[in-house]
Write a protein that binds this ligand. Sequence first.
Ligand code: UGA
Length: 471
Amino acid sequence: MSSKTNLADTKHRSVNSDLNNPQTAHDDQIIHTRSRKKVAVIGLGAVGLSLASFLGSKNISVTAIDYDEKKIKMIQKGCTPFYEPSLKYYLQKSLKNGLNLETRITENTLSNDFIFITTGTPLNKQNQLNLEYVKAVALSLAEQMSHLKTKPSIVIKSTVLPGTAMQVVKPILEQNSLVESVNFDLLSNPEFLREGSAMQDTVSPHVIVIGGSNSKSIKKLTMFYKMIYPDKMQFIETNNATAEMIKFANNAFLATKISFINSLANICQKVGVNVDDVARVIGMDPRIGNLFLKAGPGYGGACLPKDVEALISFSNEIGYDPILLNAVRDTNIFQLNKIIDIIKQEIHSLEEKNIGILGLAFKEDTDDIRESVSIKLIEYLLDQNCKIIAHDPKAIENTYKVFEDKIMYCKDTNDVFYGTDCVILLTPWKEYTKINEKKILKMRNPLVIDTRRMLKISNKKIRYIGLGIGK
Ligand code: UGA
């Protein structure tokens, strides 16, 4: 078991260095087969665009489809609609190889060997997964099925709850085609890529899970992936519902690890123990593992909060009270209150105070601010009549769409400190490790709340509070 883990680690490291220098990446190698495979990718968010760009960089004929015409025009020019390291490189390479971009599902879409559905599944107002986009794609595919000459494999990569492929998507495909009986394979192939390292995870996934109802169709997709990933790869072949459940289990477990370490951080904070020292050692136990044990302001983004919430709703619907998952979610929400409590303890009246915010994106290496704790904290501070000056290397444009001129934005971290009463570090951008005491001493009142414990402070004139360290 442990040797497998090491193997995966080594592989990841080598891919990492390739991606830092994409020009020499081994994954540039073009696949040579007798018949050139054709795929369609529907829905060009982080998952779909990364997949389309990667496959297109190989000798695979890719049609990438998104209803958003503006987005398609941008992609056509080789520009990425969001910031994602290395994505531009792969996109431009795939455009050179003839990546085909479309805004509609057509008869031609059905002539592909594989049709990947990668549309988003956000939450609806009842905290259930909104399948609107997945259903719309299924309906459009069904409407083109009268012309079927081949048997396409329709592959669901979107995050969907157990039962969705067989009980929702399959009936839509069967009941809305113009002919009596249609012939297609329906597979569930969840994605585990992370924003900020989407290309790295697409180029070198740690596992490929394929769920289906017959082994022939599963094998067909496995063979396709084996052609793309010539290195040793772990394949899990299972049924649709298990594949769907694996995705939720994965994200729920990651969220559980984060809420666990955040709970410990809050205890450590009170007794003056450094949570990172504790995390480092418990992470040495192979039964625990050292990843996802970084305490912080709580998990954000478009996936973990949504998927935990959706799994809770789903469990309740099927008659099971998910006590642990409720606690994971509540612990995460509480973490923002914890930060607010610290601010209030240090600054008694927030009225008219100048607060600096370091980091707006929900995590480093992305411009995504969805469910970012920084955004929620700024909303609270604005309600208290604070003045906000915020820095982020990539996420200012997206944040401007939320707050417009209600807050100030800066490109240089110096400006976050100059004349402010408190600075709060929320997103662990690597460049923040370079912030030194000289910069901090420019504050009107040198008080720093570091939710990621990134800064090294010894000057007694600076009040430094590392979340999970204690004073
Ligand atoms: C997550 C999963 O990690 C991916 O495997 C999955 O494919 C993806 O959701 C998805 O379902 O599409 P992502 O949301 O991109 O990926 O980001 P993560 O790296 O998981 O981070 C989520 C949040 O947890 C961030 O706010 C991050 O700062 C926080 N986090 C992460 C911590 O606070 N501590 C940690 O140790 C790790």
